[in-house]
Design a protein around this ligand. Sequence first.
Ligand SMILES: [Zn+2]
Length: 247
Amino acid sequence: MNKNYNSKFSIITKLLLSLFILLSLNITYIALNKSYKIKASEPELYIRPEKVRIDAAKKLLVEGNKRYVDNKTFANDISDTKRKKLSSNGQKPFAVILSCSDSRVPPELVFNQGLGDLFVIRNAGNVVDPIVLGSIEYGVEHLDVPLIVVLGHEKCGAVEATIKDGEASENIASILNKIKPSYNKVKNKNQNIDEVINLTVNVNINNSVAIISQSPVIKKLLDEKKISIIGAKYKMDTGEVIYDFSK
Ligand SMILES: [Zn+2]
């Protein structure tokens, strides 16, 4: 009888002990997991100055791209409060970005900017037509944006299609025809196809910068030193945006 009682007691003790160990492990896991999640989901919130002039605008883009490259991006405020603030106060973007539609080069991500920061125009090959030009003019003239950036990128499909000169629909051909003059400038300078694409990307960026600069609205603001325009190139592997790509 006593032996049976002792045995039952021992089983209950073992069960309770096992339960206690399991519970402790579970609490430790939850605690560790929680602290990890807090750390991972709450990076520093990105806040930029309200008013941004030319030099500060480029600095914000350079700093944002560095955070992106270093994998240390700030979180963007996409809260209800921020949306309502932008809705009632209006937008004050600090840079107009003309970039390629390539899904690997989204300006807000590569420059680590958020809602209300960038006025973005995208098309395949970052080319300029009257609608693009009108959008840029609206950005600098009506929204007082101080900086225009033409952002091209390595391995651009639109540039490659121009060089390969295959079958293209009328609408795609209208894009390729915009890039062709840039290709014509470099096609005899190098035999290596990748290098020809690379050089054409550079010339195409500079060509878009030149066309935009010739708009009377933009030329006036450039002459008055109220705005600035720069070309930039995205490096596909590293995520870097470089500004001295032509050298
Ligand atoms: Zn592209």
